[in-house]
Design a protein around this ligand. Structure first.
Ligand code: HEC
Ligand code: HEC
Ligand code: HEC
Ligand code: HEC
Ligand code: HEC
Length: 326
């Protein structure tokens, strides 16, 4: 009978172990984060952000006709890096991004800015229960997140040299101006539309235009009061032109151009207006002695044609206009 008793004991032990397991079941090992591969996958849960991003120029980076023309439909493969990038966190903030092989039409997508190397999502909070497993990542709000793509023409360095980079009450980083809180409320998250040169309201806030008489001479001033970097910045195809004309005359007369020329335009200096700086020009022309009009225009394209198109309003937006009496 001995063996039977032994079997009985081991049955009991197995039953006990099973009961223990059933009651005190150890937590399952954490499932590997879901590997997101497309911005489309974020849409269903983050509709507001997705809708904003879709109208942003980040979402147009690959399909933008200006870019396609200039890159010869991306036959120039150097252009793919930032216009269809792999995640910034893959190479690291501040470092050059790598070109993506897939879904290039999504341009600078959610994944480019948010995907961490371990497939989790860089966010402002830890939410391990959420499907995308966001982790609070300080570097997401770092200006170095923008630098891999936006410091090619020194926009980030220009910001560093500006008063906005000084810690204190006047501190304003890229996000403060380009990704403001929705409705000014930090609990509502940040606007992903990321306005830039395509938004004339933003461009108007960058500078003020003043016309005065100094010793009878017409004097025009443009001050960069609202951009945390040069005006205009980044894209070399941008230009802002200052014109004047005697009142009642049709033809504008060119006074100054703010622009960072392409490298091949070796004869042209960089005439962008640094943050906080003022350009002062005196109109040395007897025709400026009477009533005159002064205007500042902004061009997205075709931009780099020098000298400027004789009609300043050609493909240009009026930024500011001023009048000056004799
Ligand atoms: C290092 C990153 C980077 C690379 C490489 C790059 N770009 Fe860009 N590109 C940008 C950024 C950032 C902007 C937005 C800047 C701005 O709007 O001022 C931009 C904007 C543009 C625009 C303006 C789009 C518009 O709607 O006005 C054109 C055109 C353009 N790029 C063409 C090119 C071409 C052509 C190449 C290859 C020769 C290229 N880019 C390579 C980062 C890059
Ligand atoms: C199935 C739904 C779902 C999908 C898909 C999803 N998320 Fe989330 N996400 C959530 C939830 C829920 C939270 C937590 C929100 C909270 O607690 O405020 C969250 C939080 C976040 C956060 C942090 C929010 C913060 O305030 O800092 C980020 C960033 C984020 N998601 C980005 C993404 C991106 C990018 C994708 C696509 C690659 C994505 N999510 C896909 C549901 C989802
Ligand atoms: C150019 C970079 C960039 C792109 C592209 C981008 N984000 Fe963000 N996202 C950020 C930054 C920066 C923050 C704010 C970080 C902070 O406030 O500390 C942010 C914040 C968020 C948050 C937190 C809540 C909120 O609304 O601010 C969510 C959720 C989010 N992003 C989802 C997405 C999704 C989904 C996409 C694509 C549709 C996307 N992001 C595209 C950079 C980006
Ligand atoms: C991975 C590359 C990349 C990163 C990172 C990135 N951008 Fe961009 N950004 C671009 C490109 C490329 C464009 C131009 C797309 C086009 O017009 O074709 C652009 C366009 C913009 C524009 C719009 C300019 C216009 O033409 O109106 C703004 C503003 C901007 N980015 C701000 C930011 C800020 C702020 C950050 C950091 C939070 C950031 N970007 C991060 C690549 C990037
Ligand atoms: C104090 C507000 C402010 C800060 C800070 C700021 N910007 Fe801007 N940004 C502007 C204004 C205003 C414009 C429009 C005038 C211009 O192009 O200079 C602009 C334009 C831009 C453009 C569009 C240029 C184009 O050709 O369309 C890009 C890209 C940009 N900023 C990137 C950045 C980045 C990256 C940072 C952080 C390093 C930053 N900005 C910090 C106010 C700001």
């Amino acid at each position: 009978m001995k063996p039977i008793r032994i079997v009985g004991a081991s049955v009991l032990a197995a039953l006990g172990a099973w009961l223990l397991l059933a009651v005190f079941r150890p937590p399952p090992p954490p499932a590997p984060p879901r590997a997101f591969t497309s911005s489309r996958e974020c849409e269903s849960c983050h509709q507001t952000v997705f809708a904003e991003w879709q109208t942003s120029w980040h979402a147009q980076a690959w399909i933008d006709p200006e870019v396609r023309t200039l890159s010869n439909d991306f036959a120039n493969t150097d252009c793919i890096d930032c216009h269809a990038p792999r995640p910034v966190f893959e190479t690291g903030v501040g470092k050059r991004v790598l070109p993506r092989e897939t879904r290039r039409a999504e341009g600078v997508d959610c994944i480019a800015c948010h995907l961490l190397p371990d497939d989790r999502i860089a966010g402002t909070i830890d939410a391990p229960a959420a499907a995308c497993r966001p982790v609070a990542t300080r570097d997401l709000a770092n200006v170095e997140l923008c630098a891999p793509c936006h410091n090619q023409h020194n926009t980030v360095d220009q910001w560093r040299a500006s008063k906005y980079a000084t810690p204190g009450p006047g501190y304003q980083d890229c996000l403060a101006c380009h990704m403001p809180y929705r409705g000014g409320d930090p609990s509502k998250g940040r606007d992903h539309t990321m306005h830039g040169g395509h938004d004339m309201e933003l461009v108007r806030r960058a500078v003020v235009l003043r016309a005065t008489r100094v010793d009878g001479k017409a004097t025009v001033e443009v001050e960069n009061v609202g951009a945390g970097h040069n005006y205009p910045t980044d894209e070399r195809s941008r230009a802002s032109d200052l014109f004047w004309r005697p009142k009642g005359e049709e033809t504008w007369r060119h006074l100054y151009r703010f622009r960072n020329p392409y490298r091949f335009e070796v004869d042209l200096p960089n005439t962008e207006l640094a943050s906080g700086a003022t350009l002062k020009q005196t109109i040395d022309d007897p025709a400026a002695a009477g009533d005159i009009e002064v205007a500042l225009f902004y061009k997205l394209s075709p931009y780099w044609k020098d000298p400027p198109h004789p009609d300043p309003e050609h493909e240009a937006f009026l930024v500011h206009r001023a009048e000056l009496a004799p």
